[in-house]
Write a protein that binds this ligand. Structure first.
Ligand code: UDX
Ligand code: ADP
Length: 480
């Protein structure tokens, strides 16, 4: 371990910053790691003695927090103080797609990154290594560098001008497997042009990652590699989802097609599960960044190629809601549909860009009554996502807790699956939570209103058991 590096500060205590710093603290007991955030509520949750209330759910995370918190891992709102006495600062703040102005709908909004860079410039003392951790558009490091350089000339209060080195160290963790991805990474990417800084960060990872997996590149390659990795992964999902539609029309089975092509070692078997469309905070945002970048450099065909991946995903999500309506005799108005899963995938409480949001909204527009279940997503989050508030009129006839909207439909969060299916017309599985694989379909059938449908967009339900229970069954990409 480099003798100069004693304290790390991470700005942003979210899905990336929290788990990443927890693993660094766990693997590097000699380092002092502090995660800071302007969101007080979030920091309080990170500091709660009951680790079941951590602000994010990630298998294995609570154990690390129990081991390290208060020893060499700290969570704090004191952003400025922690910047001042740190040798290395990770920027791990949110970078959502811009909603308005130049690049709206495609470019990332860098205002939080810029604000961090300004704080670092103002409060740093001595030499500081600044590490980009958030997924960022290519050449963001240049923005950070420019802000840091500018501070040298304006910072008259400090007797010695601070110095900085900027590195890109993109995160490849996937939610739900974040701890394992961090502990056993396929590779760690360090982009930069300052050899000392690169070596210092390399030494941190060397504590638990074998050196052949720690790749050094220039800054821009590192930034672009992160966008490209996510674009390739998302592209595979759109590819297999497009094939699922062909399977349904032709009598093929997408699982068999995926197995057949996945056993070609050039293609590989991972990321070939057809589902309700990709969600999560990264895929869509990163592809749109790539599209924006391509357009900026006049690469129209390249932009169109990548935009097609997002368009296919949107089409696929709509396809599923339309299909449900069609199977239920062309109307879901006033019909009760159980939605199983709201998170964008299992083992996370994250709903960002979850296909469930778009699919539920479409069904609500059609007047459906949705009973939504998810083992980890809170009712408040669903309410935010569906943009339906408690103060709207309630439909007392159906249930006292039903949320109504100006559209015809309404919804309710269900906590106990055993009582969820009474008088239901359909069940739609949207997230692959393990508990849904254990549902007793004979019990469910005894509660539902016939003719009843089970729609499985994740291929986790046993078709034989559902059919034995007398239920109609549809699953993604099954044309057989
Ligand atoms: C992704 C990348 O995997 C990770 O490397 C990067 O750092 C962040 O973005 P994440 O968004 O957490 O991670 O989840 P991921 O497992 O990639 O899944 C994204 C979406 O694709 C989910 O909605 C998931 O359900 C869907 N998916 C994934 C499929 O539909 N089929 C698959 O075969 C795999
Ligand atoms: P990610 O998935 O990239 O980790 P999150 O939204 O989960 O994104 O987390 C980002 C965190 O960054 C949020 O908790 C937010 O409050 C925090 N944040 C944003 N801007 C700043 C800032 N200038 N200073 C400190 N924290 C910030």
């Amino acid at each position: 371990m480099s003798s100069n590096l004693k304290k790390i500060c991470c700005i942003g205590a979210g899905y990336v910053g929290g788990p990443t710093m927890a693993v660094i603290a766990d693997k590097c007991p000699n380092l002092n790691v502090t995660v800071v955030d302007i969101n007080k509520e979030r920091i309080n949750l990170w500091n709660e003695s009951d680790t079941s209330n951590l602000p994010i759910y990630e298998p294995g995370l609570a154990d690390i927090i129990k081991r390290c918190r208060g020893k060499n891992l700290f969570f704090s709102n004191k952003v400025e103080e922690n910047i001042a006495d740190s040798d290395m600062i990770f920027i791990s703040v949110n970078t959502p797609t811009k909603k308005k102005g130049l690049g709206a709908g495609k470019a990332s909004d860098l205002k939080w990154v810029e604000s961090c860079a300004r704080k670092v410039a103002k409060h740093s003392i001595g030499h500081t290594i600044v590490v980009e951790k958030s997924t960022l558009p290519v050449r963001t490091a240049e923005v950070i560098k420019t802000i840091l350089e500018a501070s040298k000339n304006t910072n008259s209060k400090k007797s010695i001008n601070p110095t900085f080195a900027v590195l890109s160290n993109p995160e490849f963790l996937a939610e739900g497997t974040a701890i394992n991805d961090l502990v056993n990474p396929d590779r760690v990417l360090i982009g930069g042009d300052n050899e000392n800084a690169i070596q210092t960060l390399h030494e941190v990872y060397k504590n638990w990652v074998s050196e052949d997996k720690i790749l050094h590149t220039n800054l821009w390659s590192s930034e672009l590699a992160k966008l490209t990795a996510n674009a390739f992964l998302a592209q595979r999902i759109s590819s297999i989802n497009s094939i699922s539609a062909i399977c349904e029309s032709t009598g093929a089975d997408v699982r068999e097609v995926a197995r057949a092509i996945g056993s070609d070692s050039r293609i590989g078997s991972k990321f070939l599960d057809s589902g309700p469309g990709f969600g999560g905070s990264c895929f869509k945002k990163d592809i749109l960044n790539l599209v924006y970048l391509s357009e900026y450099f006049g690469l129209k065909e390249v932009a169109e190629f990548w935009e097609g991946v997002v368009q296919l995903n949107n089409w696929h999500q709509n396809r599923i809601s339309q299909l449900v309506v069609k199977k239920l005799f062309g109307s879901v108005s006033g019909k009760k549909i159980n939605i199983l899963g709201f998170a964008f995938k299992s083992n996370t409480n994250d709903t960002r860009e979850s296909s469930a949001i778009k699919i539920c909204k479409k069904l609500l527009e059609e007047g459906a009554i949705l009973y939504i279940h998810d083992p980890k997503v809170e009712e408040k989050q669903i309410e935010n996502d569906l943009k339906i508030t408690f103060n709207m009129k309630r439909n007392e006839d159906l249930s006292p807790n039903l949320h109504n909207n100006e559209v015809e439909g309404s919804w309710k969060k269900v906590n106990n699956l055993s009582e969820a299916f009474l008088d239901s017309d359909a069940v739609l599985v949207l997230t692959e939570w393990e508990e849904y694989t254990k549902i007793n379909w004979l019990d469910v059938a005894s509660q539902m209103r016939f003719p009843a449908w089970i729609f499985d967009s994740r291929s986790i339900i046993d078709p034989i058991k559902v059919k034995e229970a007398g239920l109609n069954f549809w699953r993604i990409g099954d044309g057989t």
